[in-house]
Design a protein around this ligand. Structure first.
Ligand SMILES: [Mn+2]
Length: 203
């Protein structure tokens, strides 16, 4: 069973996660306290066919969502890292795109053991979500950086035809991330028991 349970407690946040990589995607229970992020992570789990429970027990959102957003990325990355164990048999690489209206997001991902994140956007079109919670490309970058490092993955995200609505951009990214991570975590029967690296380990 490729499952994990993570609990992380700091002076800023207390977060619990329960994950089944081989789920069906429609059993997500996401309670981050940031409604926008709940929506994004639910989409990610649904399209990645992951069963995910995520509970932010407490956090310092009275300041802003900075720490909570980052720490959710850390906990989610740890949950996948632990569930995948020695990574024997997995495809390791994943690549997927998702369109939303005119906007397209592409995610290329390698569960290499090395955390690295790159966001490619047209720099002149940095937009900010103004609503009940604020979200932005900067927050997306913080989240993805934390996730990539905690998982030990190289993740490259490209957004084209950037929408003025940050919701549209970020939603396309989270859908593509779910699709790409589903691919990368799938077991290839031809590779049974083999760690997908010429080094023999992915740590
Ligand atoms: Mn939406």
């Amino acid at each position: 069973m490729r499952t994990s349970m993570i609990e992380r407690k700091s002076k800023e946040t207390h977060i619990k996660a329960k994950l089944n990589v081989d789920g069906r995607g429609d059993r997500a229970r996401i309670k981050t306290g940031i409604a926008f992020l709940d929506h994004m992570i639910e989409l990610f789990a649904f399209h990645g066919l992951f069963d995910l429970e995520l509970d932010v027990v407490c956090s310092d959102t009275a300041i802003d969502i900075h720490h909570t957003n980052e720490d959710i990325g850390i906990v989610l990355g740890k949950a996948f890292r632990e569930a995948l164990g020695d990574k024997a048999g997995i495809r390791r690489f994943g690549g997927a795109g998702a369109p939303m209206e005119a906007t397209t997001a592409r995610v290329l991902l390698d569960i290499s053991g090395r955390g690295y994140f790159k966001l490619n956007i047209e720099e002149d079109k940095v937009v900010q979500l103004k609503g009940k919670e604020e979200y932005s490309f900067t927050y997306l970058e913080h989240f993805m950086e934390s996730f990539a490092h905690a998982l030990g993955a190289t993740i490259s995200v490209t957004v084209q035809n950037v929408s003025d609505d940050v919701h549209t951009n970020v939603e396309a990214v989270f859908k593509a991330l779910g699709l790409a991570l589903d691919q990368a975590t799938q077991v290839d029967p031809r590779r049974e028991g083999i760690v997908p690296s010429t080094k023999g380990i992915i740590d």
